[in-house]
Ligand binder design. Structure first.
Ligand code: MN
Length: 504
């Protein structure tokens, strides 16, 4: 995956000097064992490194500042093996800029009922030590994830893994660059947003280039270049390429142009260090086709993408791709396109004009060329495929003017019925808890028609991600009831507004 870093997670244990050097040595050794178990866990995508046993305010502050300064640190796991008076943590945690997870565990899994004595009790104090820590985290109003259970418990590893995936995506966003070729689709509201607020709150920057800058990169790719030959060969190996587009076919030249688009955009993104992009069919001056297969394949390589200038969805798709790195099931840019409103079951047909990522393709994709109908350009080449059945979700990053909201709807993707006359990639799903409730909730929450659609990113990862970002998250799932959701939206208006004051 393009520009994917594998940062570390620091494991930090808190204690104090009350117990003397012997027990502290034991605490440090135990903490290292716990950190090593997390480091060895196959469920966890990032490497856990034991960093320190902290017992004084100065040590704590020093490690928190070191975490801030270390570009390779994506977050911290904090655990209080023994009691660690938490006023010691105020200064350090007040300065900490990295995400943290509070692991509420205990070194010994089972209590040795027959032999337990005061030494054992003094060594295993997380039951109250972590409550002291939790109080100061809450008192400081720090967003964090709390995970409870023994450190060998697979369920605990799953909770930590979800957070690590969120922390990795957050790490990826900090300093990330996204490029827009052209502006928004004219008059569209939901794809607009405050790019200054986004950079302040979310850490990535969005800047524009005239499409002419991209045209120059595409023109640099010679129509007869070996790179174009090689890419066209790759297409024929990987996909079912329509006969007219194949080598020797009457429209092969148009496939070659699509390959030049892919190579040209790829060079632009590589040279600029971009993690995602947007384009719009209304601003393609100098390009012959709206990039279709080119965008689809670049998304599959790990770039974020949003159509019609939608930079928020481009950034979100990138973050979701980082979250799901290494997991089965893909992530794509998506649009709620058309409904099936049968009394036997309401369904959503998701698609876009062209740009659906083949990481969610079930089986071999077809390469076809057809007219687009809008934009007034030449026919674009596109990958056509069905997305598989399975649990999935849609997520939308909404700019409410004074803050961002991350909206999530869990869905059940179903087998795509045959649609021989619809030459685009597509997915079909049922919404949770049901179509009518989910769509009401989504619309009341201001969710976009553009989303990040994923089979592997979970609502838990997105919730952890929103917690790290300090933004609101709204989940529409099997438990959603509209009266409560409406009240939650009203409550959130007040909470998130007061929480950030004038900073938006
Ligand atoms: Mn669209």
């Amino acid at each position: 995956m393009k520009l994917l870093a594998s940062p570390e997670i620091w494991f930090v244990c808190g204690s104090q000097h009350l117990y003397g050097p012997g027990p502290l040595k034991q605490v440090a050794a135990n903490a290292q064992k716990v950190a090593a178990a997390l480091a060895a866990s196959k469920k966890l995508p990032l490497k856990t490194v034991f960093k320190a046993l902290l017992t004084t305010p100065d040590e704590i502050t020093s490690v928190m500042l070191a975490a801030n300064a270390d570009a390779n640190c994506a977050g911290l796991v904090l655990w209080m093996h023994t009691f660690s008076p938490s006023k010691m943590w105020i200064r350090g945690l007040g300065l900490l800029k990295k995400p943290f997870l509070h692991l509420h565990t205990q070194f010994n899994r089972d209590l040795p009922w027959g032999s337990i004595d005061m030494d054992f009790m003094n060594l295993n104090q997380a039951a109250h030590g972590d409550r002291e820590a939790g109080f100061i985290h809450t008192r400081l109003r720090l967003g964090r994830k709390v995970v409870v259970g023994h450190w060998s418990d697979p369920e605990v590893h799953e909770r930590i893994a979800a957070w690590q995936r969120a922390a990795r995506a957050w790490h990826d966003w900090q300093g990330a660059k996204f490029v827009r070729f052209g502006d928004n689709m004219r008059q569209v509201a939901v794809t607009e947003g405050d790019k200054v607020s986004a950079e302040m709150q979310l850490g990535f920057s969005v800047n524009t280039h005239g499409v002419g800058d991209l045209v120059a990169k595409v023109s640099d790719i010679g129509i007869d270049s070996r790179a174009v030959d090689a890419l066209c060969d790759e297409y024929e190996q990987r996909y079912a390429v329509a006969k007219e587009l194949r080598k020797g076919g009457r429209r092969h030249e148009e496939l070659r142009y699509s390959a030049r688009l892919e190579l040209g955009i790829g060079v632009f993104l590589e040279e600029g260090g971009y993690k995602g992009f947007t384009d719009t069919f209304e601003d393609l001056h100098g390009l012959r086709q709206l990039p279709g297969m080119a965008t689809q394949r670049l998304m599959a390589a790990g770039y974020g993408f949003g159509g019609e200038g939608d930079w928020k969805t481009s950034a979100l798709v990138r973050a979701m791709k980082v979250m799901n790195a290494g997991l089965p099931g893909g992530t794509s840019f998506m649009e709620d396109y058309t409904y099936h409103l049968s009394p036997k079951g309401h369904r959503v047909l998701g698609a876009h004009m062209l740009e659906i990522c083949p990481s969610i393709a079930a089986g071999k994709a077809k390469v076809e060329i057809h007219p687009l109908g809008i934009g007034g350009k030449e026919d674009p080449v596109r990958l056509v495929f069905d997305a598989p059945a399975g649990a999935a979700l849609n997520a939308s990053l909404v700019d409410l003017g004074n803050r961002f909201r991350l909206l999530v709807n869990e869905v059940k993707a179903v087998k795509v019925p045959p649609m021989p006359k619809l030459p685009v990639a597509r997915a079909v799903w049922e919404c949770r808890p049901d179509f009518k409730t989910a769509c009401q909730a989504w619309i009341l929450a201001g969710g976009a028609h553009h989303t990040g659609f994923s089979y592997s990113v979970t609502a838990e990862m997105l919730e952890d991600f929103a917690t790290i970002a300090g933004i609101e998250t709204v989940h529409i799932n099997a438990d959603t009831r509209l009266p409560q959701l409406k009240q939650d939206l009203r409550n959130n208006e007040v909470y998130y507004h007061l929480n950030q004051g004038f900073r938006a």
